[in-house]
Design a protein around this ligand. Structure first.
Ligand SMILES: Nc1ncnc2c1ncn2[C@@H]1O[C@H](COP(=O)(O)OP(=O)(O)OP(=O)(O)O)[C@@H](O)[C@H]1O
Ligand SMILES: [Mg+2]
Length: 504
């Protein structure tokens, strides 16, 4: 087995952060080496050093067949190192094919762009991934999942020997993940070495050969994936045992109904959805991708119009036609699409959090109360475990998962009494996940009504007081939360299709 990469004694410092401390990592040809660690552990930073994005402050990087490590992303590419970054880096105005071959488009004589070759070559890569997409499709029109797949196609187009995948599946559904794993298996068989970063623990067992765990910028251990129980890996990542108990379901029989939805309809997507949720309740929404859960949330929040149905807030019919109306009615929605949430990346954590409720921090004469802003920001940093040198760090410099926590803090500050969380723990590490679960429970205990949409069944089961299940735009059932409900019962409802009417 050829050793493709050997990194040792790697050091990296940013202002106020010792991001990598004496880290070691190696990669063989034909293996998947998972890199695990909590948000901010240093995974992306280590990979950015390997792919020439950052320069190291110390240590050695040996790459098979080369004397010196890459000093730029282009040099890394030339050495056969491909990276799929955690943040999508596509140009929205270009087509899928133009993005895949950006900067090295096939040309005809006189340097003219060869559109045909561009599209054919891209179509071939898509086909190898079993991805059904027109190479001429505009990237900005695609869902995040499909943009992620284009990003993967772009990395594959370089035919790398070393492929770094930084949370490639965060936005993918089960079918897309299965296809991606097929691609990974083929690459392995061709001798490609793959470095795989993910917060989805079950993927490690499915795809990894070895696992390296990092914590607080340091190397902790490198283990055989098949022989190491997940609980052990989690313990190494978090530095303590993580215990997650099933929910204690409160008695809300006497509580007031916070939100009621009757006969919600929209086009062919949503058919006659009705449910209600009481104050103090956590209602989970389970279902396969495309079941219509996000769509229901968006309609309630006024982000999409409805063709029929009623929304009642605290028993009063509420004519919600825009997110502005929804927030006015006390409804908050943490979207699954964080990018559109407008974190101001070049502003501080403090400013980003405070921005959500400027009125709270401005005096009658318009003076900003920085001390109060700091206090609030520090409170959230502590409560959510946001890893940052201080509340004055620019949000753009935080690790991916920590940026996400800032988004959550913003919504918490708005004091909505009905909160909809769409995939709240996407990209969030196992330890912080349980923090967020506890936080949602606290919010419910304070009398707020919480809706949680999650594609991770264990998460829905862990959190929900009741579980609503959708399939193809219909609500197929509502199950009790807690130990009484099994995964099988949920899956049965999640796949219970309405029989197609005769003649259709
Ligand atoms: N350009 C930068 N400037 C300052 N600090 C940085 C920079 N890049 C990363 N950091 C800090 O270095 C540490 C490691 O971040 P990194 O992005 O490597 O974490 P990660 O393990 O990839 O986390 P996640 O799971 O959230 O993606 C964090 O504390 C982060 O805030
Ligand atoms: Mg990262």
């Amino acid at each position: 087995m050829t050793k493709l990469v050997e990194m040792s004694g790697i050091e990296k410092r940013f202002p106020g952060v010792h991001a990598l401390k004496n880290v070691q990592f190696d990669l063989h040809s034909g293996e998947v080496h998972a890199l695990m660690g909590e948000n901010g552990a240093g995974k992306s930073t280590l990979m950015k050093i390997l792919s020439g994005v950052y320069t190291r402050d110390g240590g050695t990087v040996d790459i098979d067949g080369f004397d010196t490590p890459p000093d730029s992303p282009r040099a890394a590419q030339d050495m056969g190192i491909g990276i799929i970054h955690q943040e999508l880096s596509l140009m929205n105005d270009l087509t899928a094919a133009q993005n895949v071959f950006i900067g090295r488009e096939p040309r005809r004589s006189f340097g003219r762009l060869d559109e045909n070759a561009l599209n054919t070559q891209t179509a071939e890569i898509f086909a190898s991934m079993k991805l059904d997409m027109d190479p001429r499709a505009q990237v900005g029109d695609q869902t995040i999942a499909r943009q992620q797949l284009i990003e993967i196609a772009k990395a594959l187009s370089y035919k790398p020997r070393v492929l770094i995948m930084d949370e490639p599946t965060a936005a993918l559904n089960d079918v897309e993940i299965a296809e991606l794993f097929e691609v990974i298996r083929r690459l392995k068989a061709d001798g490609v070495g793959i470095i795989y970063i993910s917060h989805k623990m079950d993927e490690i067992k499915r795809i990894a050969d070895r696992v390296t765990v990092m914590r607080d910028g340091a190397w902790i251990d490198t283990l055989d994936a098949a022989q190491t129980p997940l609980a052990k890996i989690i313990e190494l990542m978090v530095g303590r045992e993580v215990k997650d108990e099933p929910p204690v379901i409160p008695d809300t029989s006497g509580a007031e109904t916070a939100l009621e939805v009757r006969g919600l309809r929209r086009g062919r997507e949503i058919h006659d959805v009705s449910f209600s949720i009481k104050q103090g309740e956590i209602l989970g929404f389970a279902g396969l991708m495309g079941a219509g859960r996000t769509e229901v949330a968006r309609i309630i929040f006024g982000a999409d119009p409805r063709d029929g149905g009623e929304i009642l807030v605290h028993g009063q019919p509420c004519n919600i036609r825009s997110p502005y109306d929804a927030v006015g009615a006390g409804i908050g929605y943490l979207s699954e699409d964080r990018k559109h949430f407008g974190l101001a990346l070049d502003m501080t954590v403090r400013a980003n959090i405070a921005m959500a409720a400027m009125g709270k921090f401005t005096s009658k004469t318009g003076v900003l109360n920085e001390a109060a802003m700091k206090q609030t920001a520090d409170g959230f940093i502590k409560q959510l475990g946001i890893r940052t040198p201080s509340d004055l760090q620019d949000v753009g410099l935080l690790s991916g998962g920590n940026q996400q926590k800032v988004v959550i803090a913003k919504w918490l500050l708005r004091d909505c009494d009905i909160l909809i969380f769409d995939e709240p723990t996407r990209g969030i590490d196992v330890g912080a996940k349980s923090e967020i679960y506890r936080l949602l429970e606290d919010l419910a205990a304070q009398g707020r009504a919480i809706i949680v949409i999650s594609s991770e069944l264990p998460e829905v089961m862990r959190l929900s007081h009741r579980i609503a299940v959708m399939c193809e735009g219909r609500l197929t059932g509502i199950l009790p939360g807690g130990a009484d409900t099994t995964q099988e019962q949920i899956m049965e409802l999640a796949t219970r299709r309405e029989a197609a009417p005769v003649g259709e």
